[in-house]
Design a protein around this ligand. Structure first.
Ligand code: SAH
Length: 401
């Protein structure tokens, strides 16, 4: 379905429902539950426990079948071909911050392109993953949003980005020696809650201990959303305790309608109430994401309004100086404006941090991911993809495999 936001100057339509894929990605172990994986292995004529062995290798980052020495040599290729097809091909890596930030451009089986960004800090390593190729939420300050939605990723395509990051850390590919992937944030391309079923499966894989997952802590996984209220409510009912981040960017509907067009559907009050319900159920603070845009949303009165709205809530604010996107008329707020914004929020008793902008020089920072453009400028031929079928509607979040 599409909704034309009523407020200028937003020009792109909102797209909630991804176009159907021309061809599904091949079946992958990471799309299956443990039971389904064991069944699939039995159907191939192998003992069911081989599924657990395969899973241990997959989540452990082993891609070379020769290294799967606990599997009979004759069975390795058979099982790997059937259940571990290569879904993500590295097109290229780009590094920044002395190699501690690395952006990867991935090509999917149908030629669609997505990016993930691995960031190593002292004591932790975070990967920012994509949940869709492109995005249908049309936020005018975000490079991905301006490119529109190509398609939803499958669970295995999302999980694969985290598994690859964990493997890179384990192999010592990022300066600082071998390490562990500790955090995953759904802040790459796409709106995770518009691809609910696959993101839900991904959460299971991230949180489940070996062999069927990466065994991350719930607090170390962050789902970031524009504020799809029914999907936030659904997440609240799941019983998960992952960190919820809400991309607010304005405390008032008038401005938010233009910066986050989905606000015309679920307004600031509704979004905050849904996030409150999540916080009540989990006992955990949620995060309010706020990109500071010079003279657009950084005025002292907006800081006060935001402070008033959040003062009694279980929320903290994460300010992101805008990363300007190519051709954008907008710029980051100057430092004095940032400082005043922070001071005013804190004066209202609201916990506030300013996000560092890792990877800015490789267009790897928040809101800069736009794989299609990057591929074009790098001379990578693009593959024709099905055009979005805007009339092809299903209920929000209802699309299943
Ligand atoms: N669709 C999800 C995930 C998107 S990316 C969401 O909107 O939350 C993660 C964060 O980067 C979001 O808060 C998004 O609003 C923010 N962002 C997008 N473009 C940006 C830009 N140009 N500068 C700074 N932050 C940006």
């Amino acid at each position: 379905m599409t909704v034309e936001p009523s407020t200028a100057p937003v020009s792109l339509p909102l797209v909630f429902d991804a176009p159907r894929r021309a061809t599904k990605p091949p079946r992958h172990l990471a799309d299956l539950t443990r039971e389904q994986a064991r069944e699939a292995v039995s159907e191939l004529g192998h003992p069911a426990f081989r599924a657990d062995q395969l899973a241990r290798h997959y989540y452990g980052g082993v891609t070379d079948t020769a290294a799967m020495t606990d599997l009979p040599a004759a069975a390795r290729a058979d099982l790997a071909d059937a259940l571990l097809p290569g879904l993500l091909t590295v097109v290229r890596h780009q590094s920044a911050d002395g190699g501690r930030t690395r952006k990867t451009l991935w090509r999917l089986h149908d030629g669609a392109l997505v990016e993930s960004v691995l960031m190593r800090y002292p004591g932790r390593a975070t990967v920012c993953i994509s949940s869709q190729a492109g995005c249908g939420m049309a936020c005018p300050f975000c490079a991905t949003g301006q490119g529109g939605l190509t398609r939803n990723l499958s669970a295995a395509e999302i999980i694969g980005q985290a598994v690859a990051a964990a493997a890179s850390m384990a192999a010592g590919e990022i300066p600082g020696g071998p390490g562990r992937l500790s955090n995953v944030v759904f802040m790459g391309m796409g709106e995770p809650l518009a691809n609910y079923a696959r993101v839900r499966k991904t959460l299971d894989a991230l949180l489940t201990p070996s062999p069927y997952g990466l065994g991350l802590g719930q607090r170390s996984v962050t789902v970031s959303t524009v504020g799809l209220v029914p999907a936030i409510n659904r997440l609240t009912e799941e019983g998960l305790n992952v960190t919820l981040a809400v991309s607010l960017h304005a405390p008032d509907d008038e401005l938010r309608n233009t910066l986050v067009p989905v606000n015309t559907r679920w307004n600031v009050t509704e979004v905050l109430e849904a996030a409150d319900a999540y916080a009540r159920r989990t006992g955990r603070r949620y995060s309010i994401e706020y990109a500071l845009i010079r003279d657009v949303n950084d005025q002292p009165f907006r800081a006060d309004l935001l402070g008033q709205r959040l003062a009694k809530r279980l929320a903290h604010v994460n300010l992101i100086p805008l990363n300007p996107t190519p051709g954008s008329k907008w710029d980051a707020s100057p430092l004095p404006a940032q400082r005043e914004f922070v001071d005013r929020l804190r004066a209202h008793g609201v916990a506030t941090t300013v996000r560092d902008t890792r990877g800015q020089d490789i267009d790897g920072a928040c809101g800069q991911l736009a794989a299609a453009d990057l591929a074009e400028s790098a001379g990578i031929p693009s593959v024709a993809l099905p055009q979005p079928q805007l009339e092809d509607t299903v209920e929000l979040g209802a699309e299943q495999d």
